[in-house]
Design a binder for this molecule. Structure first.
Ligand code: AMP
Ligand code: GLY
Length: 437
């Protein structure tokens, strides 16, 4: 499909990742109109137009009609839930059945993230290096298995659990309790009705994201995410408390290894299974002494990884999204700034378990005015022109710099201007990040 001179875009999703995508899209020379489903995000609301139909899985035909009426050329789906629910399948057809481009895989492709058991099977089928794992549906069977093992197992809800369904226990007794919570008590709802017990791996974690267009793979610069809540990687797992890019923890040889041992084989099995995956595939990788191994696949941009990626992107984002959705990545040459980007997540008190919201936020404009700083909204809302907290992860603050250290200083200086009651911010994001000499 040929790209029109002006592209009308619909963006689905309302977090800091989607705000960053909206900013990237709005900077494109090709943008016609940008519509967004989540105008409650004040950052998105500032640059996008609202839509006038309800956005509900059960009534997606109304969104299809809206897209027809407003001549939407490209739909970009940010979060995992609508992808897992097959929105891309429905939205990729106009009411008359003719095709429309969607960035994001259909339900079958999204299974790679939405069902960790399926992802494991796919990895086995493709001989992709990953932790050994077994899926259990009955608590007693999992308990029996764990009782007979000396080594520690990681416990994973197989379904979507907002980044919280993974427990790395200190003992298998704690692991058994976690399985009980998941299968018997449904701590994560149906997402935990099956659990994956996985060999525990050790090493540094990196996020390798690649665009897939059904034929080609375009690997993006690697990022590193800080998943634990507190400094020194203490506390519970979160959606991510900060990220940096590029992650020079990975050398070029290892990146090539990840491409040839992980990305190419997974793209091949997707094709073999006739799954037309057009979007971004995110491989969560542990760099173990035995080489890189996959911890998880996601079928969307990481949040916060997307934010430092977008702040470094020099190419036109609509061109890139269009090329991915239309199967033309082989004609694209993507350019990123040579600068480093560090992204800090400012979170509410009580995040991730039970965030407290409704507090005034000050200083966002002061931070935004700084050079080489971008602030992206997530859990905020605007009341009479004032920002208040409205979610767990409130803002993403990105700083750019010629070195990682400068990017880090810039981000922390910007974050120091922002205040709200109970704000949680790690102080060690990108600290000691390895850099190539
Ligand atoms: P996941 O959502 O599967 O990436 O898991 C969330 C986090 O749990 C990862 O980022 C790791 O920090 C940790 N984790 C997941 N799987 C393993 C594993 N097999 N061994 C050690 N840590 C793990
Ligand atoms: N930052 C981790 C994720 O997006 O899943």
């Amino acid at each position: 499909m040929k790209m029109p001179t002006k592209v009308n875009v619909l963006l689905i999703g309302g977090g800091a990742r989607e705000h960053a995508l909206a900013v990237g899209i709005s900077r494109s020379n090709h943008l016609g109109k940008l519509f967004a489903t989540d105008m409650g995000n004040p950052g998105i609301a500032e640059i996008a137009d609202p839509i006038d139909v309800p956005v509900l899985g059960k009534e997606l035909y109304r969104l299809v009609q809206f897209c027809d009426r407003e001549s939407i050329d490209l739909i970009v789906i940010g979060p995992e839930d609508p992808l897992a629910d097959g929105w891309a399948d429905t939205l990729s057809k106009r009411a008359d059945g003719s095709p429309r481009l969607v960035f994001g895989p259909g339900a079958k492709g999204a299974q790679l993230e939405a069902d960790k058991g399926y992802a494991k099977q796919m990895m086995k089928a493709a001989s992709i290096p990953t932790a050994e794992g077994r899926v259990f549906s009955h608590y007693e069977h999992a308990e029996e298995y764990l009782k007979t093992r000396d080594e520690i197992f990681v416990i994973k809800a197989t379904g979507l659990a907002k980044g919280k369904g993974v427990i790395v226990p200190k003992t298998n007794e704690d692991g058994i309790k976690a399985v009980h919570e998941m299968i018997e008590k449904r701590a994560f709802g149906d997402a935990g009705k099956q659990v994956l017990l996985e060999e525990k791996l050790n090493g540094t974690e990196v996020s390798v994201l690649a665009l897939l267009d059904g034929h080609n793979i375009l690997v993006l610069p690697p990022c590193q995410d800080h998943k634990r809540l507190s400094d020194g990687d203490a506390g519970p797992n979160t959606g991510g408390m900060g990220a940096f890019c590029p992650a020079e923890t990975i050398d070029d040889r290892t990146m090539q290894q990840i491409e040839s041992e992980v990305l190419v084989p997974i793209a091949d099995v997707l094709r073999r299974d006739e799954i037309d995956f057009k979007g971004v595939l995110y491989a969560g990788i542990m760099l173990t002494p035995a080489g890189p191994k996959v911890l998880e696949f996601n079928v969307r941009f990481g949040d916060p990884e997307c934010q430092p990626l977008i702040t470094r992107l020099e190419s036109d984002l609509i061109e890139l999204l269009w090329a991915t959705a239309s199967g033309n990545l082989d004609n694209v040459d993507v350019k990123f700034s040579t600068k480093y980007s560090v992204c800090l997540v400012l979170a509410s008190k009580g995040y991730p378990e039970s965030p407290e919201t409704g507090f005034d936020i000050t200083g966002i404009e002061d931070a935004q005015e700084m050079d080489d700083v971008e602030v992206f909204h997530a859990g905020t809302k605007s009341i009479n022109g004032n920002f208040v907290t409205a979610g767990g992860r409130v803002l993403s603050v990105c700083g750019l710099g010629d070195t990682m250290e400068l990017a880090r200083e810039r981000a922390y200086e910007a974050a120091s201007k922002i205040h709200f009651e109970g704000m949680q911010l790690r102080s060690d994001i990108a600290l000691n990040a390895p850099v190539h000499s």
